[in-house]
Write a protein that binds this ligand. Sequence first.
Ligand code: ATP
Ligand code: BTN
Length: 346
Amino acid sequence: MREEIGSKILKLLASSSGFLSGPTIARKLKISRAAIPKRIKGFRTLGCKIDSCAGQGYRLISVPDKLLPPFITMGLKTTIIGRQVFFYPKIDSTNSQAKAIAGQGIHDGALVITDYQTQGQGRLKRQWVSPPQKNLLLSVVFCSLVAPSKVFQMTLFASLAICKSLNALFKIKAGIKWPNDVYVNNRKICGVLTDVATDQKRVKWVVVGIGLNVNAAPSFEPELGSLATSLKRETGRAQKRPPILKRILEEMDCLYKRFLSGEITNLRDEWLSYSIILGKKVTIFSDGLQETGIAETIDEDGVLILLTPDGERKKIVAGDVSLRIQETGVRRQKSEERNHNESSLS
Ligand code: ATP
Ligand code: BTN
């Protein structure tokens, strides 16, 4: 995909700490000097602060909280994820759109992002709600060859990327609630929805959708009030979305490359270290049935191992199951003691 001249100018300005003159920009980007003022004006109209000084040129001061492709790709340190960006001011669902364009010659790691979803989807046909222009709503299309049994790892590394990003940017302790949620202080801040298309036992593409509450007030949906949280709530102030998005894409890019290289043990250790369910009493709901036990571990393929009260270890595949944490105080060590003694739970 050819990069737009405006994006190139913005990237160049962002990489320079001081002023860049028109002739320097023109020379570096091999474009005509005449093309520059129009682009600068366009970016100012979009909300960028760009200083200009006679004889010295232009200096980028700040970019707005907008998710337009140049503000995303500017300074983005990824090699796979976000090489192509499809931005929509409003769309039904980024996962639906990503599925519609997957397999149509788009690059591995293409990003579909929006400011507002009219039919945001959660798992199990639930709804994902998010007011306009407040949060991050995105989907990444993966089209490398992946074994079907490995697809669930992609949900886990997306959740891991979120936890690592929130930790690095805001020192927020986020944790993964298997199979697909990220929690902060016992409230859901992010959900991940993975869709996959297979063809004769081969994965054609995987779409990983992420909804992260950034600036929405916790009361944006009355019934979510006490269940959900946002970065604004956790940090006490509104946050700009582009730097958060970039960090997430960079973490995902790094984890995806490790995943493609076949690294698994360390990745698994990392997601286990962020899990908020291990060692806890949980109930699994599936097809009207329910089963309670201790969440013992999550295996290499992302399958939950549930230790039932009669000492049986059951493999729970994420698919169509829901999980509720029954207690918060049982530490992992306790469950390990239980396993060791092979005693049953009451
Ligand atoms: P489980 O995955 O174990 O069933 P869950 O209740 O979080 O847990 P999901 O299917 O993962 O269910 O997520 C969908 C649910 O997320 C919706 O039913 C809704 O309650 C909740 N939800 C919707 N929008 C948001 C949001 N912006 N922030 C937090 N939670 C939301
Ligand atoms: C869940 O918690 O059940 C998953 C929620 C996933 C929401 C994101 S928002 C961006 C992407 N597009 C969608 O329609 N859903 C995912």
